[in-house]
Write a protein that binds this ligand. Structure first.
Ligand code: FES
Ligand SMILES: [Fe+2]
Length: 378
């Protein structure tokens, strides 16, 4: 992030703090409970947001070398992105052409082929079928050349890899990053390498989980014994970039900068800066890492979360304990504070007796998120 951008954000924050104000939307947003509970709303999202629109698959560092792959399930469609021996990044349906098992799980590196665990059908990194071990005459009349993995479009820009589960139109990754591109370029996101990942599942709508990242209003209360000791709840400021946005949560120590000359100001050691890449991915930068949260709904009230911790360079024996603690803190705060909260909200909304929730004018990034989703859906 440019120094001038950092200064601008700090100036804005200190001015709000001094005046006892915060950034405000024009109006309170009333969100119908249906956006979280309605099966038909989810079906519309599944098609428009998760299948026909590209979503983030990973950062480039996860598929930097030949044989690196990342799999995920988007809108119900298992997909895999893989770097070929020719350096080309490709996407496929992660569905075996024999009897539709997933071919790979999670992610991996250095593969020379992709082998289905069920009966060992094996595919080259370009998706073509390489072998059907022990099949004998079992598939007489079918042709290996016609049984490659089904391709899906992928695109990569500013260190972010996108994949689209349905349709053949190419993916314009630069357009999908949009005006967040300058910041991501400054962060050199493409140079970050994956350290480890944490997968979990939650019985709630995917948007309730994203919502917890888009306001810090709750920090003083929900996180009072953990990160709330170090982070400010308000002021909250954000920037919208089309359907994407940037939002930061600042450490209390940032207020000390009011006493220091601007030459000494520095934001990134005192704030967590998040980029929402619509609809479902948060790139969260803190000091020395990016935590990439992917919210992957499997039903209106069920969501898988994959959180991958990326570091600026490969973790060494010396830095490993630090990054293990960092991952553990993300897990602790998410799994014991934010995500259970989302589950409780889902239960309230699913009672059928609650018709709406209120998003305050100061929860301005949250308002942007929901309005942007409405636009993408329409
Ligand atoms: S389903 Fe993949 S080899 Fe049988
Ligand atoms: Fe939180």
């Amino acid at each position: 992030m440019r120094r001038e951008t950092q200064l601008e954000l700090i100036r804005e924050l200190l001015a709000h703090h001094a005046a006892g104000t915060t950034q405000l939307a024009d109006n309170v947003l009333t969100l119908p409970a249906d956006v979280y509970t309605s099966e038909s709303h989810w079906q519309a999202e599944r098609v428009a947001l998760f299948r026909c629109r590209p979503v983030v698959a990973c950062l480039s560092g996860a598929v930097a070398s030949a044989g690196d792959y990342v799999s995920l399930t988007v809108g119900g469609v298992p997909v895999v992105v893989v770097r070929g021996g020719d350096g080309v990044l490709r996407g496929f349906r992660n569905v075996c052409r024999h009897r539709a098992s997933s071919v790979v799980s999670d992610c991996g590196s250095g593969a020379t082929s992709l082998r289905c665990p069920f009966h060992a059908w094996t595919y080259r990194l370009d998706g073509s079928l390489l072998a059907r071990p022990q099949a004998g005459e079992g598939f007489c009349g079918t042709h290996e050349s016609e049984l490659g993995l089904a391709p899906v479009p992928v695109g990569e820009s500013y260190g972010v890899v996108f994949v689209r589960a349905e349709g053949e139109e190419p993916v314009d990754a630069a357009e999908l990053v949009g005006d967040a591109s300058q910041d991501l370029n400054d962060f050199a996101v493409g140079g970050y390498v994956p350290f480890d990942r944490w997968e979990s599942s939650w019985p709630c709508n995917w948007k309730l989980l994203v919502d917890t990242f888009l306001e810090s209003y709750h920090v003083f209360s929900l996180h009072r014994t953990t990160v709330g000791r170090y982070y400010l709840s308000q002021p909250m400021t954000y920037r919208g970039y089309g359907p994407n946005l940037r939002f930061q949560t600042c450490q209390k120590s940032i207020l000390e900068l009011g006493e220091a000359p601007e030459e000494e100001w520095e934001l990134l050691s005192r704030a967590t800066v998040e980029y929402l890449i619509a609809p479902n991915t948060i790139l969260s930068h803190s000091v020395d890492h990016f935590a990439v949260y992917q919210f992957l709904p499997t039903a209106v009230d069920h969501t898988d979360i994959t959180m991958t911790l990326y570091t600026p360079e490969s973790v060494t024996d010396r830095t490993r304990p630090h990054y293990e603690r960092t991952l553990e803190l993300h897990q602790r705060v998410g799994a014991s504070e934010d995500f259970p909260q989302a589950v409780k909200i889902q239960q309230s909304l699913a009672s059928g007796l609650v018709t709406e929730t209120l998003v305050g004018r100061h929860e301005v990034a949250l308002i942007h998120f929901h309005q942007a989703l409405d636009q993408l859906l329409s």
